[in-house]
Design a protein around this ligand. Structure first.
Ligand SMILES: CC(C)(COP(=O)(O)OP(=O)(O)OC[C@H]1O[C@@H](n2cnc3c(N)ncnc32)[C@H](O)[C@@H]1OP(=O)(O)O)[C@@H](O)C(=O)NCCC(=O)NCCS
Length: 169
């Protein structure tokens, strides 16, 4: 398996993986994450350096994306969606995608990444409740699910986080 930045020709496979990973009871119903991804790829806050695919040979088996949101006008990445094809889950693919996007963020000297997700999953990657670091979500009901992974505390901005527009929050 290897990880590389997503290119345009990967997108059909990325949508398929995301659809399968987030599918509900009826697999014919498109999960909202697929539409979100389509809009993220088109938006001005998309940055191809932070959209990564995991490949088994040449087959896309996982994807993670982070797009530019803002705190008081200062850019900060917001991560999601993260998806691994169901038949490849529980083999560490999600962890490798997370590590890879963090490595790239650190290489670019970014201060932090935020996300909305399950604390039980994301804590292992160093995420902590964003509120404790002075970063507040646009929806207070997110509570402890709104998390931050700090890379450089000295540069960390404080304030209300605004996601890229396609998130609609
Ligand atoms: C979450 C997801 C990306 C993890 O990918 P993965 O390749 O299976 O992850 P890893 O193999 O690195 O880690 C697996 C571990 O993560 C944990 N885990 C997986 N999904 C979890 C969840 N929803 N909540 C809490 N922990 C979870 C389990 O402890 C699992 O351990 P196990 O394999 O011993 O059961 C994948 O399950 C997925 O695509 N799920 C559907 C989409 C989704 O929920 N995405 C994340 C929200 S944006």
């Amino acid at each position: 398996m290897h990880i590389r930045p997503e290119v345009f020709d990967d997108r059909a496979a990325v949508y398929a993986v995301t659809h399968a990973a987030f599918a509900g009871i009826d697999p014919m119903v498109e999960p909202e994450e697929v539409g979100l991804l389509q809009n993220l790829f088109e938006c001005e806050d998309y940055d191809s350096r932070f959209s990564l695919v995991a490949l088994d040979d040449s087959v896309v088996i996982g994807h993670v994306i982070a797009t530019w949101g803002r705190i008081n006008g200062e850019p900060m990445l917001g991560l999601g969606p993260l998806a691994v094809a169901p038949e490849y889950q529980h083999r560490g693919v999600g962890s490798i995608l997370m590590q890879s996007i963090h490595d790239r963020a650190e290489a670019e000297s970014l201060s932090a990444i935020v996300l909305l997700g399950a604390p039980s999953y994301y804590r292992r990657f160093g995420y902590e409740p964003a509120g404790a670091r002075g970063i507040t979500p646009s929806d207070a009901s997110w509570g402890e699910h709104f998390m931050v992974r700090v890379f450089d505390e000295a540069k960390l901005p404080r304030g209300a986080y605004q996601y890229a527009k396609p998130f609609g929050v």
